[in-house]
Design a protein around this ligand. Structure first.
Ligand SMILES: C[C@@](CO)(OP(=O)(O)O)[C@H](O)COP(=O)(O)OP(=O)(O)OC[C@H]1O[C@@H](n2ccc(N)nc2=O)[C@H](O)[C@@H]1O
Ligand SMILES: Nc1ncnc2c1ncn2[C@@H]1O[C@H](COP(=O)(O)OP(=O)(O)O)[C@@H](O)[C@H]1O
Length: 288
């Protein structure tokens, strides 16, 4: 095998996100449900004759060497060298980029996770799922979840994962057109960091379309970024609208694809909006 094409890198929605405390290193302790959805980027990998790792698609604002796909590939290539003494062949990575950056839908993290899973296969590297999750964590707290590959209840900084059944529904997602920097939200003095801890059973017994819990980051993000507040208010007329992750995207669950289409027809033209179906499993699992 010398290439792996059409590898999906789906988005996630944080169905709720509670900030329960802060670690000694300043990172925040969270509880969240990561919901996989069927909307995302698509990656293509082709082995090269040298050992160079290259992104062959331009991505404005993200230099090649800081791209999470290249950083993930570099980590895995070094790990294979450490284990086997042989540096794996280089790779050209192309991407059909669909997901908004700084959108809270995990685009960069999902691209990195798909890169680790695809190259593990293409290089016959043989790392276990847990080993890939551990390798990805320093690059981003959402990366282990995408490798875990199932809609999940997460704790810690998002790395302690348990599979969870979430409502089998559709989502309408609005991109308010701003990039929300995660660090600014977590660093805000206004952020509440003391939401009481919940159990996975609390979420599971609730499991209805109307959202469980809340997103603690939303109050800060809507104050700093008025377009996010505006999107929450607009979508709130059609259901329980809330922000995903540290923003900026805002979503609401709906019962059917028809219901999603009905809302999408009314979205003001100034916003990009789309629909997506809830997924229980990562779509790359069927491919690898
Ligand atoms: C909020 C979440 C929820 O899924 O996702 P996004 O909305 O970004 O997709 C994640 O926890 C995002 O984690 P991660 O992807 O590692 O965040 P980064 O952008 O690397 O973090 C930027 C900065 O935010 C702060 N940070 C991040 C995560 C965390 N649990 N506590 C923190 O205090 C740290 O100061 C960190 O340096
Ligand atoms: N492949 C990539 N796709 C998107 N963003 C990337 C990528 N590689 C690095 N980044 C950087 O990561 C930042 C966060 O991106 P992203 O994961 O899309 O947002 P979020 O964490 O809010 O869901 C971007 O602003 C960008 O600078």
């Amino acid at each position: 095998m010398t290439e792996l094409n059409h590898c999906p890198a789906p988005a996630k929605l944080n169905l709720f996100l509670h900030v329960n405390g802060r670690r000694a290193d300043g990172y925040h302790l969270l509880q969240t449900v990561f919901q996989l959805i069927d909307h995302g980027d698509t990656l293509h990998f082709t082995l090269r004759d040298d050992t160079v790792l290259r992104r062959v698609t331009d991505m404005p604002g993200v230099p090649e060497q800081s791209d999470l796909m290249i950083r993930a590939a570099t980590l895995l290539q070094a790990e294979v060298l450490r284990r086997t003494g042989v540096l794996p062949r280089g790779v050209d990575i192309a991407i059909d980029k669909v997901l908004p950056m700084g959108g809270g839908v995990g685009g960069g993290s999902s691209d990195a996770a798909t890169t680790l899973m695809a190259l593990n296969k293409l290089w016959n590297a043989g790392l276990s799922k847990q080993e890939l999750m551990d390798l990805g964590l320093p690059l981003g707290a959402d990366i282990p979840f995408f490798i875990f590959g199932e809609t999940a209840f997460a704790e810690g900084v998002g790395e302690a994962l348990q599979p969870v059944q979430a409502p089998d529904c559709w989502y309408v997602v609005i991109e308010p057109g701003v990039m929300v920097p995660t660090a600014a939200i977590f660093g805000s003095e206004q952020l509440t960091r003391d939401t009481p801890v919940v159990n996975i059973a609390d979420f599971s017994s609730h499991s209805r379309i109307a959202g469980f819990g809340k997103n603690d980051l939303q109050q800060v993000a809507t104050k700093l970024f008025p377009p996010v507040a505006e999107a929450v208010e607009w979508l709130g007329a059609y259901g329980d609208a809330r922000m995903t992750g540290s923003g900026a995207c805002v979503f609401s669950a709906v019962a059917s694809e028809d219901d999603a289409d009905a809302v999408l027809e009314k979205v003001p033209a100034k916003w990009k909006a789309w629909k997506a179906k809830a997924l229980q499993q990562h779509p790359i699992i069927a491919k690898l």
